[in-house]
Design a protein. Structure first.
Length: 199
């Protein structure tokens, strides 16, 4: 089912973020949202994830089963890397999980509390959790921030393999990331009252 955003407006006090936004996203597509900081990209994701309500308009067609990488890692700090991921997996196959984390450079950190991991390692645990959850749509809000270029390349390759036909909506400031992870780029106009598609 196509995701339809119709006449959506959103303000915070005197600050208008969106006005009469109309947007359609095809199921199974991967789309990157790009634009200046503060133009409303994260707000749009939060409304689509039902974490915030638009002031006016409607958002229809977002699947019930979603997963996300937020700008913050949002991990359970006292839990291990494995436990943070296992809590969202349908089946708890430790060998399979070890294989995924090894691909992401985290094989030696499977049973370490995430609070002891570096920022880049926590980021990869958050990405693994989102992709290994049984979701129909994945929301990614600057998922690769803090990763060096070599690590980023290997993580992107893993993300592409694990997408498995799911709808992906990505927020990024990096056009290279957008080009590798998305089939379509939507440029959001400042002050974010409209969106235009480009390839």
């Amino acid at each position: 089912m196509e995701i339809r955003i119709r006449q959506v407006s959103k303000s915070y006090g005197e600050k208008e973020v969106w006005r009469d936004l109309n947007l359609a996203i095809s199921p199974g597509s991967s789309t990157a949202l790009m634009g200046a900081s503060g133009c409303g990209k994260t707000t749009l994701l939060r409304m689509m994830m039902r974490l915030e309500e638009p002031d006016r308009g409607s958002i229809e067609g977002v699947p019930q089963r979603i997963s996300a990488v937020f700008q913050e890692d949002r991990l359970c700090p006292g839990f291990t890397a494995a436990e943070n991921i296992e809590m969202v997996m349908q089946t708890h196959n430790r060998e399979e999980l070890l294989g995924h984390l090894t691909r992401l450079g985290l094989g030696d950190s499977l049973d370490k509390p995430v609070e002891t991991l570096s920022g880049g390692m926590k980021r990869r645990v958050a990405i693994a959790r989102a992709y290994l959850a049984p979701s129909e749509m994945i929301f990614l809000d600057e998922p690769l921030k803090g990763l060096d270029e070599d690590t980023k390349a290997s993580v992107i390759a893993w993300m592409q393999e694990q997408r498995q036909g799911r709808t992906v909506l990505l927020v990024t400031h990096d056009r290279g990331e957008a080009g590798r992870l998305a089939e379509q780029i939507l440029e959001l106009d400042a002050p974010a009252h409209s969106a235009g598609a480009c390839s």
